[in-house]
Design a protein around this ligand. Sequence first.
Ligand code: 5GP
Ligand code: MG
Length: 187
Amino acid sequence: MTSIAIPALTKDLVRVLIDADTIQRRVDELAYQINKEYEGIEESLILVGVLKGSFIFLADLCRKLKIPHVVDFISLSSYGASSQSTGNVRLIMDTRENLQGRHVMIVEDILDSGFTLDYLCRNFKARDPDSLKTVVLLDKPDRRKVNVELDYVGFEIPDVWVVGYGLDYAERYRTLPYIAEMVPVTD
Ligand code: 5GP
Ligand code: MG
């Protein structure tokens, strides 16, 4: 087997915050908890990944689930081009599955102000699912503007901009295997 070189940090990547092995171990633990909690469910759990940032986390997590599940996606927009949340969340693309009477789990990359997940939870609850839970890889508690109940959290992180493992900066860095702190270089 050929080994894949870990991409080196570039000028704007300040430091590795969470390395690839640590991420995988935590994803294992989250999957273990979810497998335990949903053990014996008869109808598939619908995993709804919030595009685009959650796609790698969702791909790793769902492959460790032993319970019946289906994968679906939703696309929202809250930031536009800036990196500050406006609280103005728009639905760009809805799920394909009908959520009514189903077990639903929202899979999100990162919780920042909380506006996105708060909007999504309220929107999904109105569709009358049998159950609704949330799994978030990263949580920035210092940045919270609206209280959101989280069921599963990967890591709490400080108030810094992070990229990698699905998360981007202007569409860059999504495929880094680790999560790094980034500060844009302006020169
Ligand atoms: P919230 O609505 O909680 O403020 O924002 C959540 C969304 O903002 C996340 O789904 C993610 O797309 C984006 N976001 C927040 N913080 C970061 C960050 O540090 N890095 C990246 N790449 N996206 C972030
Ligand atoms: Mg997101």
